[in-house]
Every structure is written in C-alpha cells, then in structure tokens.
Ligand binder design. Sequence first.
Ligand code: CA
Ligand code: CA
Length: 299
Amino acid sequence: MQRIPKEKAVLAMSPANAPVLRVKSDSAVVFETCDCFSNKIQSEDQLFGSVGWDSINPATGPLYVEGAEPNDILKVEILDIAIADKGVMTTAPNFGVLGDLFQEEVTKIVPIKNDQAIFNDRIRIPIKPMIGVLGVAPAEGEILTGTPGEHGANMDCKRLVKGSTIYLPVKVKGALLSMGDLHAVQADGEIVICAVEIPGEVTVKITVVKNKSLPLPMLVEGDDVMTIASAESLDEAATIATKNMHLFLMNELKMDKHEAGMLLSLIGELKICQVVDPLKTARMEFPRWVLEKYNYSMV
Ligand code: CA
Ligand code: CA
C-alpha cells in the first residue's frame, strides 16, 4: 500500500500545493500524521507558546486522485486509525471557551494504555481515535488547515473515526486531499481548543463519485448519516447543517418539505462538533434505518 510520510505536510489547503503522491480512484493510501503541534511538545515543561504558528495543524498531503474533477464527490472511507502511545493537551490564556479564566499555559501529557487515555490517577477514559483535520483544496486561494469549511479540514467531528465514510466536494482537479490532527478522544465542543492530540497513521480508501450532487460535507458512521456545516456562529452552522439534511431528504428520498421538516424535529439530532476553531461546526445526525425504508443507499 502506498504511504505518505508525515514530513510531507501542508499548513493550508490550496490548489497551489504540489501533490506528494498520485493515485487512481479506488486506491487505499496510508497517511502518517504528526500531532497538531508538529510533535514539538514531548514533556509537560514545553508549553503551547513555544510551538509557533508555523507548526500548528500540519495536514499530511496533498494526495492527487486521478480522474477527480470539479463538481465530483470525493468519497473517503476511513479503514483504520492507529495512534501513538502518548498524547498531549494544552491550555492557554484566551484560547477556547474557558480562555478568560486561564492566566498561564499548562501542558498535560496523556499516556495511552490498554485503549484508555490515562487522564490522571483517578480517571481513565476509553479512547475513540478520530481525525480532526481532513479536507480538500478550495477552488482558489488558500485556507489554513485550522479553519473548517465546505471543503472539510478542521471539522473536529468526533464521529470521523475508523469505519466511517466522509464525502467532500471536489473543487480542483485531483481533489488534493490532506489530513492530520488526530485525537485519541474528544468530546463534542472541544472546550479548551484541543483534545488528546496525538501522532498516528490513517488508512483510507478513496473513490471518485461522478454525476452526483449531495449537500456536503456528509459523513456516515455507525447507525447515522450526517450533514456537517461550519460558520462564523454556532447558530448559523446549526442552521446550515439542518437545511442540508432537509435538502438531502427532499432530493434523495423525495420527501415533501413539510414531512421532511417534521421528521427532523422527531429523529434528527442536532449536535455540536466544535465551538473553538475560527469557524464553528455543527452536525445533523439522521438515522440510516429511514434510508433503508426508502430503499436508498449512499453512493
Ligand atoms: Ca482541530
Ligand atoms: Ca486538535
């Protein structure tokens, strides 16, 4: 299987980034990833401020997918996520929801043992490795890897895990897929602007989908299909995620708009992904059993 080493990474998603590997549709590729601090924090005496913005949120890639053209969909199946045996967390003044309460920077090293994050002497948390940043190049300009959007990137969605499938819009030839920012575990919200940040490697299968239109990004994981949206405010992100799922129900399941709206009010779960990045991210979770009732399969 082809691999992209962690040293081949970008700090912005851009059509100007030179591809580091080219593959055909239906290929499997391994992305080795640094943590969001470029692996520069190894002990608790190293603080966030020592890292430097030119090392924050490296995303391994970009990968050029042959045959991917603007308006296609890039389907990325997460076949596996392997993580290191130690992660790191940081807090810093004015960062995250509680930033006004922090007067100094603090670093915590979080060992991973037996699929648990050792938070402190009393607390062990079951890990659920996920991908914080996974995105394609925008049509023009560059977007820092730390900013989420329609092109994916720093969505910090805790359901982007092994076994999930993420659908992104292709904006440029080759799509230019990059990813990084793995978390051993993260809760919805990501309150202090980091989770258990950890290096690792992600194995994905990539497929180009032609002649299909979906309200993207979309994610399928476990029993749910999801629309994900990012915006200046959480309110706005929540509205877009909801309207995108509503559109999906109307366009794909051919539901009446009132019927679809009522159904979302009953079984559409509106959730927060994160509230700490330059844009906030929300998702609408909808149960897949309804798709089965309509004999609908995702592409
Ligand atoms: Ca992140
Ligand atoms: Ca992170």
